[in-house]
Design a binder for this molecule. Structure first.
Ligand SMILES: [Zn+2]
Length: 153
């Protein structure tokens, strides 16, 4: 697959990156439906980038194949499986929490916005669906599973 440009600042390779896939020697190639979702996601990330003052957005996980998703402990219904979610940071703007706050303040539409501590999870609604604007904060407890609570804590 060639490294298509999805939007002015995002290439397909950036939204299919997976350290886990590289480490395990797995392919993480999205099917065509996921590629069109990734294009929508890239355009939404352009809106986020603009809201952050045009600083670089560093995506750590976008599309995940079912195998990669299960290896990273992703939910079986994760939007990453459809190419509808990206985990990212933007250190030149601020902390993940500050990024979440900015996305909320600017009114960018999302299906899921999760403050994951070290990164932001930004998810879009499926094509044609009304975005649900689920805002969550991940709570990490020693030795237990990650819990999610409503709101930005
Ligand atoms: Zn995520």
């Amino acid at each position: 697959m060639d490294d298509a440009t999805l939007s002015p600042h995002f290439r397909l390779s950036e939204l299919t990156v997976s350290q886990t896939a590289v480490r395990r020697g797995l392919r993480n190639d999205p099917p065509s439906g996921a590629v069109s979702n990734l294009r929508r996601l890239a355009h939404a990330l352009e809106d986020v980038r603009r809201a952050l003052g045009d600083v670089p957005i560093i995506v750590s996980s976008g599309y995940r194949s079912p195998k990669v998703n299960s290896l990273v402990g992703g939910s079986p219904t994760s939007l990453h499986l459809q190419g509808l979610a990206a985990d990212f940071t933007a250190p030149a703007f601020g902390t993940p929490r500050q990024i979440c706050q900015r996305i909320i303040d600017v009114g960018i539409l999302y299906e899921e916005l999760i403050f994951e501590g070290a990164w932001v999870h930004f998810g879009l609604a499926a094509p044609g669906a009304v975005p649900q604007r689920k805002l969550l904060t991940a709570i990490f407890l020693k030795g237990g599973p990650t819990r999610y609570v409503g709101g930005l804590l």
